[in-house]
Design a protein around this ligand. Structure first.
Ligand code: MN
Ligand code: MN
Length: 469
């Protein structure tokens, strides 16, 4: 059938957003599936920022990256990394061009919403030993009850020893859970709002129920737990004061759907972008501009702290690169930053047909339509948004189009429906051209988030192409 004039015109003029699966051949589909298997393995190994940092260091080293502190001089082609306090990672491939001509950065975050233990967590009540908790990041609290949880993190002792804790992933380990009220007696709870139904102080973790065998002792169950921990880790109750212990879902990352097109897993915000960013940099050789991967901590609580994106440690890393490539001088750090460009690699809300009332369908991000570019985030009148410059957006569009990669230009939610932020504005404030560019997910911040395998692979391809420009 011959196309009508109108059909031809429509093809030429309309911005039709294709579904990725309809644009690829069998070889490409196989690449997506095998890349997804690697990503799933990564998710199962990395459920905390510390685990992600360790994974990154191991893989960077295996691909020729060296600790920058062990290098005196850097040359084009050299590959270096810096691990900030075991929780955030900066890695660079030195390019041919002078650094002050600008860097190519892709930045993701490796912390995810979770539940932390309070500094004095352990208590006994009603014949049980429990841990008091304090949630981290934006969660819907009711989602974290009645699911299997594991405990991960560190206990730092006053003698300098740091004990690594990881209980619940091994099939022989116990798991833990936060209980919820049975529906039979939840008449009052059911009438409360979702955010009030389970309160922060109700997120208590169940950890034991056998009493220590001694008539004279009070809090026998608590004592028994401390005795078990003392025998295993040589800690006392006070050592919890200097611990960072995180509760994360015990669920494994899995392929989702009869057609195996999606992935369900904890922590895809933002490990989907962290994995693809890291892999894109690791596979990069001899770029023109110096290319950098940032894996930040603390994004979920405002990018604060010395491992968050606001930390001076980032600029210190760039200053080290300048110093070790012999590019010193007045204002060179500031010039370098102001000439740099960046993809802020963070997930966005995928359009969910069950909750379509929150989206502007014309500007929503759809699973399977490729990486979502967000010119601005923020809330209400773009409050808190860095709002990428049109010229820079055009540049990123060109990179995608030159490499035959799908992308969708998106805006999260209807105007005034809510909002959110990423690390983009922090880097933009330093003078860098930044746009948000990440994977759309369903059930964001829930213990089990959903992404499309097509988008994961597409993000990896675009990050890689961006580094090369
Ligand atoms: Mn995020
Ligand atoms: Mn988030």
């Amino acid at each position: 059938m011959e196309k009508s004039k109108g059909e031809e015109l429509q093809e030429k003029l309309f911005n039709s957003k294709k579904l990725g699966w309809e644009t690829i051949n069998l070889d490409e589909k196989n690449n997506i599936m095998s890349f997804s298997d690697d990503y799933i393995a990564f998710l199962n190994e990395c459920k905390t920022e510390r685990e992600c940092a360790r994974y990154a260091e191991r893989n960077l080293k295996a691909h020729g990256f060296e600790n920058i502190e062990n290098k005196n001089k850097l040359m084009p082609g050299d590959k270096v990394y810096y691990i900030n306090r075991g929780k955030s990672v900066y890695a660079a491939v030195i390019g041919e061009a002078m650094l002050e001509e600008g860097l190519n950065l892709v930045g993701a975050h490796i912390d995810s919403p979770r539940i932390d233990l309070k500094p004095n967590p352990l208590y006994e009540d009603g014949g049980f030993a429990l841990f008091k908790t304090h949630y981290y990041g934006g969660i819907k609290k009711y989602q974290w009850t009645a699911i299997p949880l594991v405990i991960k993190g560190v206990i730092a002792k006053t003698n300098g020893e740091v004990i690594n804790i990881n209980i619940g992933e091994d099939k022989n380990d116990p798991i833990f859970t936060i209980t919820d009220l049975l529906p039979h007696l939840a008449t009052k709870q059911n009438k409360q709002s979702l955010s009030e139904g389970v309160k922060g102080e109700a997120l208590n973790l169940l950890v034991g129920s056998i009493p220590y065998d001694d008539e004279k002792v009070k809090e026998k169950v608590k004592l028994n737990i401390l005795n078990i921990l003392n025998e295993k880790y040589e800690i006392t109750e006070a050592d919890f004061n200097s611990a960072e212990l995180e509760l994360v879902p015990a669920f494994e990352a899995r392929t989702l759907g009869f057609d195996k097109s999606m992935i369900a897993a904890y922590g895809q915000d933002d490990r989907s972008c962290a994995y693809t960013t890291l892999r894109a940099l690791i596979e990069l050789n001899e770029p023109c501009r110096t290319s950098i991967a940032l894996l930040a901590d603390k994004e979920e609580i405002g990018s604060v702290g010395n491992t968050g994106m606001y930390s001076q440690n980032f600029e210190n890393f760039i200053a080290m690169l300048l110093d070790k490539t012999g590019q010193n001088g007045y204002n060179v750090l500031e010039k370098t930053l102001c000439n740099s460009k960046m993809l802020s690699a963070d997930v966005t809300s995928g359009a969910d047909p069950t909750y379509s009332e929150v989206d502007d369908k014309i500007n929503a991000a759809y699973l399977g339509k490729g990486v979502a570019l967000c010119k601005y985030t923020g809330s209400h009148g773009k409050s808190g948004a860095s709002d990428a410059n049109a010229e820079f957006v055009a540049k990123v569009r060109r990179i995608a189009e030159d490499n035959n990669l799908l992308y969708q230009m998106t805006d999260m939610g209807k105007v005034d429906e809510g909002g959110g932020g990423t690390i983009a504005y922090i880097l933009a404030n330093k003078g860098i051209d930044v746009i948000d560019c990440g994977v759309p997910v369903l059930s964001m911040h829930a213990p089990y988030e959903v992404s499309s395998k097509f988008d994961i692979y597409n993000a990896y391809q675009l990050y890689k192409a961006f580094y090369k420009n």
